[in-house]
Ligand binder design. Structure first.
Ligand code: MN
Length: 230
């Protein structure tokens, strides 16, 4: 997977988002990043074929099987994106702040140990059933492609009824599972990445939130006129 679309959208001289990364042997991983960009959303990512298959979920995941959460499939992200947390400077694709809202391992339902085969065939068919073992999300979920939708990339993220199903709003837990920070904390530190952001003080540019997560902070370049939608 060349991650062509991913790389095309980003200026790696400005953003500290990862460019690659090799998946580890062992259990497949998933991650959910909460991303305050032009619109707040959750990025739901499943490792397949060494990259992260990705869906943007505007309302975020739910543990209630009655909820069907719209999930727009977006470009594959590199494996190392799983740990990305921090600031994307304004003028860049997805400008704003990102936290790792949940992460863990996952496997296909009824997989017989051939996880990736089952998952990839599900991806192709437009129906993936899987079990998450995260810190906030656990149990069986499905991603189902909306057939006959005008938007080719529209899917639904649905919790299946099991011991982990709950009417409790899991998105109320706003903290990063990596560092315990919230998006509000990052916005105070780095700004929101929006065009009308106030200038951020120089001293704040050197602060980091976690080792290796934010190598670079705010760009001093003027923002480009292009509006980013992510
Ligand atoms: Mn995003």
């Amino acid at each position: 997977m060349a991650l062509i679309e991913y790389k095309k959208k980003r200026k790696f001289t400005e953003t500290s988002e990862p460019q690659g990364g090799k998946s580890k042997k062992g259990a497949l991983i998933f991650t959910v990043q909460k991303h305050a960009a032009s619109h707040l959303h959750y990025d739901f990512r499943l490792e397949m074929e060494g990259v992260l298959k990705s869906w943007a979920v505007p309302k975020g995941p739910s543990l209630n099987p009655d909820d069907k959460r719209l999930a727009m499939m977006v470009e594959d992200h590199p494996y190392d994106y799983k740990d990305f947390e921090g600031h994307i400077p304004k003028g860049n694709y997805g400008a704003g702040n990102v936290i790792v809202w949940d992460r863990g391992t996952y496997h296909a339902l009824d997989s017989d140990g051939k996880d990736e085969k089952t998952l990839l065939s599900g991806l192709h068919k437009g129906h993936i059933s899987f079990i998450l073992d995260g810190q906030k999300l656990k149990g069986e979920f499905a991603l189902v492609k909306i057939k006959g939708s005008k938007q080719e990339n529209a899917w639904l993220l649905i919790k299946k009824d099991d011991q982990y199903a709950s009417k409790k709003d899991v998105t109320k837990d706003e903290r990063s599972v990596l560092t315990k920070v919230t998006l509000d904390t990052l916005a105070e530190k780095y700004g929101t990445g929006k065009e009308d952001d106030k200038e951020i003080k120089k001293k704040k540019q050197t602060s980091t939130i976690s080792k290796g997560a934010v190598r670079k902070t705010v760009s001093t370049k003027p923002p480009s006129k292009k509006k980013s939608v992510s």
